[in-house]
Structure formats: structure tokens, C-alpha cells
Design a protein around this ligand. Structure first.
Ligand SMILES: NC(=O)c1ccc[n+]([C@@H]2O[C@H](COP(=O)([O-])OP(=O)(O)OC[C@H]3O[C@@H](n4cnc5c(N)ncnc54)[C@H](O)[C@@H]3O)[C@@H](O)[C@H]2O)c1
Length: 438
């Protein structure tokens, strides 16, 4: 028998990755908090204070009061459960909901053993997904496994994660947190709980699917904006126009919004749009603009690899004999995450075309089994070796801080490729090195 609703007094975070760990640490400052994960190695590293993702310092983990555990039975009597498991896509770009499914099922199984007299738990999903997923996919799984009715024996909520890892300004504790709940009363409770940690405030949506939609469109918009600039950069390259100069000029107009062309990797921007396009196709709508953006951004790696070969040929070099150095391999600057890294994909493509490809990654840890055809090297700025081409693929701050020395890594007459437009073209060209950026 489940008693009346009451404001939750404890939190259980399910899935302690990039999103779940900082969230659990933030909640633990306000509530007794349990952090549950299915990965034994993740729990043991967190118990010893270390974060393989290099996002949270050891001192913060060891000082926190999160009870890290592998034992799912902690869910049985939990009052406020937050689910932060991954939501990737399959090879054919369909939502891969297997982890959401297993987490929902595990929660349902545990709720069967819930102690008598406790209020119905609130289960809030943070994993990025398509509108309708929390109530249409997760809720029925929890119902099936728990024997409880959604909206009676447990309540659902959704609050998308929007922290931008590697960005110290927009953190969980400073941005506005979108929140929602299955009923107005639950929504108010979800807002109240998150309000304790989201110092930037909360924004309550009318229902759960609106909150789900708000998250997915944030990344759709970013993907499309970058895709437009990538497409413009590819057109201008053929026209022999420097796209950065054209963007600078256009940017003097009051209502022009400038974006940086480049590699679009990671597990959010290149993934989340497919959740929306899938949900749209299920209701007979072909989301052409969104899919076109995806296609353009996916083509940039191949375009950059081809461009490097053609620039070498134009300079009279034999591309196959060229030695190449890639600076940065993670999916974006100043983060250690290499999931779906387009810089690593570029390194592989270049290794197929050129004789020797080295790569230097000062921020992320690159497991050996993820490297194909190229070599990971130690700090090239501390070595005498020079290259025919140096590609600044991911402009980590620590590498850009060495920009005055990048030319020294390149043979005179060689090529500097600046994919994130972080270098000074004039300086590089005046030093007898060719320069190319998107
Ligand atoms: N990383 C980001 O920048 C970011 C930003 C916004 C939103 N998101 C979204 O947040 C969600 C989580 O992403 P992430 O990057 O934190 O993933 P992650 O891979 O870093 O971590 C997920 C964790 O969940 C654990 N897990 C998987 N199944 C579980 C289960 N059944 N029970 C308990 N633990 C389980 C895994 O072992 C892992 O430790 C995804 O939907 C993602 O799209 C991520």
C-alpha cells in the first residue's frame, strides 16, 4: 500500500557517467544521495575518489556524501530516482533504447519490494530522448516489472541535462534547469527538488513531452547552425574565398549569427537529432532539414582529408610520402571524452593516405585499442621532429597556448591545417608555411 505524496527527502541517481556523477555530487550537498551504477569498475574508482572522465577532481568526490553502490536494491525504497544512462543510436541511426530499457526494468523489479507505507516514488529521466519516450516507453516497462500503475504507484518526470562539459561557465549549478512532471503536483515537486541545486533557476514545462522536446531541439539547432557554416565553408573553398573572411564581413550585420565550421563529434550533437527524426518518421513526417544537416556535418571529416591531399599535390608533394601530425583527438576542445571523435576518424583517414601519421592528445586518455594506423606520441613541442603537415584538429587551450611554436613543427614550405580557426593565418604564412582552415 502506497501512502500519500510527500516532498522527497532522498535522491538515488542511476548511472554515474559524465552526467550522473556531477548530478549526484550536487544533490548530495542538499539531500542524502545514493549513486548507483551497473559498472563495477566505475563504482570502485568512485569509491577511491577517482573519475576516469577527468571531469571531477578527486577532492570533490572524496569529500562528497554520495553513497556509491552497485546494489540495485537501494532503489526499492528510494523517494526520488534520477536516471542518467546513455541513449546512443544504432548503426542505422535509430534510437538505441536498450540501456534505458534495462534501467527502467531494474527500477521496476526493485519497486516490487518497496516497504509498506512509503509514498509513491518520483522517477525523473535525464537521458536525452525523443518526445514521448518517458511516458510511452519507460513508464510501461516500470509498470510491467513493478506491478504498479504509472501515475499512482509511481510518478514520472523529465529534466534534461544541458551542462556543457569542458565549459566552466555553464554548469549544472549555473544554468536554468528545465523540469517537468506527470501531474502539476509532481511537476512542482520535481521543480522544488531541482531548485535546491539549480541555482540558475528552473523552468517548468506544461508536460513531460515538452521537456523532452526542448532538449532534443537544443542539439538539433546547434547541429544545423554548424552544418550551414560547414556547407558555406565547403562552397567558398571551391570558389577560392576564405570563409572566415566572408563570415567576418557578414557578421558586421546586426542580425547575422556567426558559427564556427568544423568537426561535429561526441555523443550529443551528432546523435540527438536522430532521436527527433526517428520520432517524426514514426508519425509519418520526413524531417528533411534536420537530416540534411546531419549529412553535411558527417561529410566534413572526409572533405578535410581530401583537401589535405589536394593541397599537398598542388604544392608538388607526393601525398603518400607526407608525414602528418595531428594535434588533439578528443571530440571537442578541453574535454577528455573521445566518444564519436571526428578527430580520431580524421587521423584514421589520413593514416590510410599518408606514410606516417602521429597524433598528440594532451587532455584525453586514448586507449590503444581505439587507435588504427597512426601513432600516439608524447609532447611534439619537446621533440625535434618536423612534419610536412600539421593539423590542429582540436584546439585545446594548452595546445593553442603554444601557437607561436606550431610553425616550428612544420617543414619550411609545409602545410598548417587549422580546423577550428584558432591560429593566426598571416603569421603562419609569413613564416613560409601554407595555411588552410575550413
Ligand atoms: N555527456 C554529456 O555531455 C551529456 C550532456 C547532456 C545530456 N547527456 C545525456 O545524458 C545521458 C547520459 O550520458 P553520459 O554522457 O553521462 O553517459 P556515460 O556513458 O558517461 O555514463 C552512463 C553511466 O550509466 C551507467 N549505466 C548504464 N546502464 C545502467 C543501469 N541500468 N543502471 C545503472 N547504471 C547504468 C554506465 O555504467 C555509465 O557509468 C545520455 O542520454 C546523454 O545523451 C549527456
Amino acid at each position: 500500500m502506497i501512502s500519500e505524496l510527500s516532498t522527497p527527502q532522498n535522491i538515488t541517481v542511476v548511472g554515474l557517467g559524465y552526467v550522473g556523477l556531477p548530478l549526484a555530487l550536487a544533490f548530495a550537498k542538499e539531500f542524502p544521495t545514493i549513486g548507483l551504477d551497473v559498472d563495477e569498475s566505475r563504482i570502485s574508482e568512485l569509491l577511491s575518489g577517482s573519475d576516469r572522465n577527468r571531469e571531477v577532481p578527486e577532492a570533490e568526490i572524496t569529500a562528497s556524501r554520495v553513497a556509491f553502490t552497485l546494489d540495485a536494491s537501494c532503489v526499492a525504497d528510494a523517494e526520488f530516482i534520477v536516471v542518467t544512462v546513455p541513449t546512443p543510436v544504432s548503426e542505422d541511426h535509430k534510437p538505441d533504447l536498450r540501456l534505458l530499457e534495462s534501467a527502467s526494468a531494474a527500477i521496476g523489479v526493485q519497486l516490487r519490494g518497496r516497504s509498506e507505507g512509503l509514498a509513491a516514488p518520483i522517477i525523473v529521466f535525464e537521458s536525452t530522448t525523443y518526445p514521448g519516450c518517458t511516458e510511452g516507453f519507460c513508464g510501461p516497462i516500470i509498470e510491467r516489472e513493478s506491478g504498479l500503475k504509472s501515475g499512482e504507484g509511481f510518478f514520472l518526470g523529465y529534466s534534461p541535462e544541458r551542462a556543457n562539459f569542458g565549459d566552466q561557465e555553464h554548469t549544472l549549478e549555473t544554468v536554468i534547469k528545465v523540469v517537468s512532471g506527470q501531474t502539476p503536483e509532481i511537476a512542482a515537486m520535481v521543480a522544488g527538488v531541482y531548485g535546491r541545486i539549480a541555482k540558475g533557476g528552473t523552468h517548468l514545462t506544461a508536460d513531460i513531452k515538452t521537456a523532452e522536446a526542448s532538449k532534443v531541439i537544443e542539439n538539433v539547432q546547434r547541429d544545423l547552425n554548424i552544418a550551414l557554416f560547414n556547407e558555406l565553408a565547403m562552397i567558398f573553398d571551391r570558389m577560392d574565398i576564405r570563409s572566415a573572411d566572408a563570415f567576418d564581413a557578414a557578421d558586421t550585420k546586426w542580425n547575422f549569427h556567426r558559427y564556427q565550421p568544423g568537426l561535429v563529434g561526441g555523443h550529443c550533437i551528432p546523435v540527438d537529432p536522430y532521436y527527433l527524426t526517428h520520432a517524426a518518421s514514426e508519425i509519418g513526417f520526413d524531417a528533411r532539414v534536420v537530416l540534411a544537416g546531419r549529412e553535411v556535418n558527417e561529410s566534413v571529416t572526409e572533405f578535410a582529408a581530401g583537401k589535405i591531399s589536394s593541397l599537398l599535390e598542388e604544392a608538388g608533394a607526393v601525398p603518400a610520402e607526407a608525414c602528418v601530425l595531428i594535434l588533439g583527438l578528443t571530440f571537442k576542445p578541453n574535454v577528455s571524452d573521445i566518444r564519436n571523435s571526428k578527430a580520431m576518424m580524421l587521423a584514421e583517414l589520413l593514416a590510410q593516405r599518408h606514410s606516417g601519421v602521429d597524433a598528440y592528445e594532451p587532455v584525453g586518455l586514448i586507449p590503444h585499442d581505439t587507435v588504427t594506423g597512426y601513432n600516439i606520441i608524447d609532447d611534439p613541442f619537446a621533440s625535434e621532429k618536423t612534419y610536412d603537415v600539421v593539423v590542429l584538429a582540436v584546439p585545446h587551450d594548452t595546445v593553442v597556448a603554444q601557437k607561436a611554436n606550431i610553425g616550428d613543427l612544420v617543414e619550411p614550405g609545409g602545410l598548417v591545417v587549422d580546423l577550428g580557426s584558432a591560429l593566426d593565418r598571416v603569421e603562419i604564412e609569413s613564416d613560409d608555411r601554407a595555411y588552410w582552415s575550413l
